[in-house]
Design a protein around this ligand. Structure first.
Ligand code: MG
Length: 301
């Protein structure tokens, strides 16, 4: 099967041997934060250093959805279908209302500014869970060099009352995250020390406790090699599809590497979308790809 590495026979049932990796666009600065809008049959994706959000559709190709974007990074949709995003420049979580206006949902914790929210997911109860590492404000490239006021952490935001709480704070740099389909687990990529001699390249897993209000202690779930995990998504069977330096890695819920989709450039993030959520959209550095799979994304698109 050209284009794939099979590490476990289970992977053969998750991919389509004849499905090509299709290039949807290229020449971007750095792609991140893809989110599928099934009701509009389109993908939104951040071109982070270019301070813009792009829109892709099958008929329309790539166009600019919003510029400036506040150096938008990760995206998701809330239970009402509204776009939820992470802004590096404004150091906040945003919600795009149905009239197009943008609301800052959270920008401070105990009076101190958030660092640079990186990625965000919505739980079925409407709460928003996001990572807040330092690296988005470490350079001018992705939003502007600024001084961190808070340690890296993982937060739970309840937009109904605005309450914000830390759910994990023992990270060097939390990055992408996703819930298992039953929402009893939360997977979090740890990539904060990727430039250090002993880089963190793993995905951690937490048990979701207390009816979705707390997390257990995290444990190492899977180590990514080569590169490190950034964005990740679960399919409907609970397999984790993670970004890596050589493509997309598929990892079973027991932590076994099942296989890889080979991609020519470092992958930063990905999401399921398209008809039946069976198409994987891949942010590969400067290039946007898509490939049809034989599974479906777990997330409500
Ligand atoms: Mg990220």
């Amino acid at each position: 099967m050209d284009g794939f590495d099979i590490h476990d026979e289970r992977f053969r049932h998750l991919v389509l041997p004849n499905a090509p990796l299709v290039k949807l666009g290229e020449g971007f600065a750095w792609l991140e934060g893809p989110v599928w809008f099934a009701d509009q049959d389109c993908l939104l994706v951040s071109d982070l250093p270019s301070d813009r959000i792009l829109r892709w559709s099958e008929g329309g190709g790539v166009s600019v959805f919003r510029q400036p974007s506040g150096f938008a990074n990760g995206h998701t949709r809330d239970r009402q279908g509204r776009l939820i995003g992470c802004s590096h420049r404004d150091r906040c979580i945003t919600r795009t209302e149905l009239d197009g206006s943008v609301t800052a949902l959270a920008d401070r914790f105990h009076g101190k500014r958030l660092n640079a929210p990186n990625d965000v997911v919505c739980r079925s109860d409407g709460t928003l869970w996001f990572s807040d590492p330092h690296y988005g404000i470490n350079t001018d490239y992705e939003g502007g060099k600024q001084t961190p006021e808070l340690p890296p952490a993982l937060y739970r935001l309840d937009p109904r009352d605005g309450s914000l709480r830390v759910v994990a704070d023992d990270f060097a740099g939390p990055n992408g995250l996703c819930f298992s389909p039953d929402e009893r687990r939360l997977y979090v990529a740890e990539s904060g020390r990727q430039f250090a001699a002993d880089p963190a390249q793993h995905i951690r897993v937490f048990d979701v406790l207390d009816d979705g209000r707390r997390l257990s202690e995290g444990r190492v779930f899977h180590r990514i090699e080569p590169g490190f995990a950034d964005g990740l998504r679960c399919d409907e069977s609970g397999n984790i599809w993670s970004s890596a330096a050589d493509g997309v890695h598929c990892v079973a819920p027991d932590g076994t590497l099942l296989g890889r989709i080979k991609v020519p450039f470092t992958v930063a993030n990905l999401t399921f979308g398209g008809r039946n959520r069976a198409r994987l959209f891949i942010c590969a550095s400067h290039t946007l790809y898509a490939i049809y799979t034989n599974t479906r994304g777990a997330e409500r698109p």
